[in-house]
Structure formats: C-alpha cells, structure tokens
Write a protein that binds this ligand. Sequence first.
Ligand code: PXP
Length: 248
Amino acid sequence: MTLRLGVNIDHVATIRNARGGGYPDPVRAAIMALEAGADGITAHLREDRRHISDNDIVRLSRLLREQGRPLNLEMACTQEMLSIALEHKPHAVCLVPERREERTTEGGLDVAGGHNWIAPMVGSLKGAGSRVSLFIAADPAQIAASAHAGAQVVELHTGAFCDAVREGRAKEAGLALDALRAGAAHAADLGLEVHAGHGIDYETVEPVAAIPQLMELNIGHFLIGEAIFLGLPAAIGRMRSAMDAARL
Ligand code: PXP
C-alpha cells in the first residue's frame, strides 16, 4: 500500500510573517507541493496565528477543493477552532494540543484525560463530513481512548524518535521506534487509520515509513528548510523517494 505524503506549509507563512506582507505565499507553496508529489496539504491554524492566517485557510480551502485534493487542518480543541472547521469543512481535521509558549506541538493530545470534551468535538467534526484525526503519543491508553472518542484516524507523534536519532541517543531512538511500531499495530487492530508526523527528516523517514500500518506521513519544518537549499519540488521529491524506498 502506498504511503501518502501530506506536506505541512506552515513555515512558509512563518517566513512571510517575519516581515509582514504577502511573500512567500503558503498557497503558492501548496500548489508547488502538489505538483511535486504531495498527496495533500496540511496547515495548522494556531490560536495566536503565528504562521497560518485565517485568510490562508480560506485560500487553501478553495485551492484544494478546486483541485480535488485533501486539506488536513490541524487545530486546537477550542470552540473558536471548531467554528472555523465547521465553516470550511476540510477533508480532514487533526486535533492537536496547543500551548502558546511552545515553539511547536511538543507532545500528544491527552485523549484519555480529555474524553468528555474531545469526544463531542470529534462528533461535531464528523457530522460536518471531516475525517477526524487525533495527534497522540504512541501510548496504548491514548490509542484506546482515541478509538473510544470516535476518531477515524490517529496521528502518532514521531518527535521523540526523531529527536533521539538527531541527538545520537541510539537506545532511546530504538525504544521510541518500537513504541511507534507497537502503537501503529494496536491502532490498526482497533480499526483506526494510522498516520505519523513531527520532526521527520531524510534520515528518520525511512524507519518510520517502513511501519506497515502507516497510511500517511505529515512533514513540514524540515522540508521547508531544505527547500531553501534544494527548492521545494526537489526537497519533496527526495522525501517521496525515501518513503517509497522504505515500502519496497
Ligand atoms: N503532524 C502534526 C500533528 C503536527 O502538529 C506537526 C507540526 O505542526 C507535524 C505533523 C509536522 O511536523 P514537522 O513540521 O516537524 O515536520
């Protein structure tokens, strides 16, 4: 089964917002990413709008609808974000934890501890036709709670594995990869579609992509950084090839 690549274009907006104004435009990046082999586009509308803006979401929704390609909207579990998602009805919504002081999404969602407010939100989003994904650590309790909350998808957090590889902590990297493998198998057994993402680069993509239950990877920061050196199509093409090689 081929593994889909969702390209997260948030950090094109980060560069734009460093100066204000209109460039570089994340919508132009989305068009290029799709042409270069991305299966869909992921964007995180954060509560503080530090990168993607409300108008970016309007334009991305329009583009992806016109092209018949999936938009995966990442968002916090808040009433404000729920109303935005219900207005745009993206193909997929990924619920993520969000704290303003963090630089990126540091940990997974505590679905086990937040069932009473996450489950109704999952229900509303599904009612509007979006596929709902929960971004969680590869932890058995969180996986079981995600199925119980009615999510169709879980996205397993690959940050601990990727950080350990980059920092040369081989033992921790091995344990984190084992947890991802076990988590993917557990989630698939419960009938969940399994995605993964966070911190993936050319080195870490192959062992992650080799996990057979995974259907989609969402990759952003590293690809946008590589695009500075290689150009976005080449950066994405190289990632796509590494993913395909892992599935041979
Ligand atoms: N998946 C989710 C749910 C995320 O929150 C992020 C970061 O925004 C990513 C994937 C992509 O992570 P990265 O930008 O490190 O590739």
